[in-house]
Design a protein around this ligand. Structure first.
Ligand code: MN
Length: 230
């Protein structure tokens, strides 16, 4: 088949063991830590719900490097959300909870960057969140660490600091819907495929960043992710 123009490159994220993980889709879980659900004005055990970012929203950042995220515009309230990312290595439909871990290729530290003011406006009007969540470079991500090395991550500290001041802190054990439960729920709604990334939700303490701010995120066992807003 001949394309009518050169297709864009496949979005990809470097892995800790060498080689790159080609990205198929980016699924995100809303309100998945009780304290964050409460800070957003909701009860803490609603069923999981999902939204997506385009695959080319990833902003891969190498270990030890400082990524640069361009100011996206259209907002006065650009928020950080540090999240555990599960990278799917084998797909499936209706995956049982107890088999979900077998589908995880690895994990990474991610940021679900959010134009909070636009999100609030869309919520008020009952409209989709795409403009608030799915813009360019809205999904910074560190190297993907193979689960074969780290094991399945079910607990461990997750945190984010801005300009050296801690903003977010939580533990993966406090996820309302575990990674396994999330995979099971997602695979009832979509055919999960190799290359899918799942941003699993953020702990409390979300807040705004401005141009020049340095975000430093970390998850126990996965190292760090540093991104400057430029
Ligand atoms: Mn999020």
């Amino acid at each position: 088949m001949s394309f009518v123009f050169t297709p864009p490159p496949v979005p990809a994220v470097p892995t800790a063991g060498g080689g790159s993980f080609p990205v198929h889709r980016i699924y995100c879980v809303g309100r998945n830590y009780a304290e964050h659900a409460r800070e957003m004005g909701h009860s803490d055990r609603d069923p999981p719900f999902f939204f997506m970012k385009p695959a080319d929203a990833v902003l891969p950042v190498a270990e030890g490097a400082v990524g640069e995220m361009a100011w996206p515009g259209l907002t006065d309230d650009l928020h950080h959300e540090v999240e555990l990312v599960a990278a799917i290595g084998s797909g499936g439909r209706d995956i049982p909870v107890e088999q979900a871990a077998q589908h995880v290729w690895g994990h990474a530290v991610g940021l679900d960057m959010t134009r909070r003011d636009l999100q609030a406006q869309m919520k008020r009007q009952g409209r989709p969140w795409c403009i608030a969540k799915g813009f360019e470079q809205s999904a910074p991500i560190g190297p993907i660490h193979p689960a074969a090395r780290t094991g399945v991550l079910r607990r461990g500290a997750i945190m984010l600091a801005v300009n050296g001041v801690q903003r977010q802190h939580g533990d993966l054990a406090d996820l309302i819907w575990s990674v396994d439960e999330t995979i099971a729920a997602l695979s009832r709604a979509w055919l999960l495929q190799p290359g899918d990334l799942i941003y699993t939700g953020t702990p409390a303490g979300v807040g705004a960043v401005r141009r020049g701010d340095l975000m430093e995120a970390a998850i126990e066992g996965l190292g760090g992710l540093r991104v400057r807003v430029v």
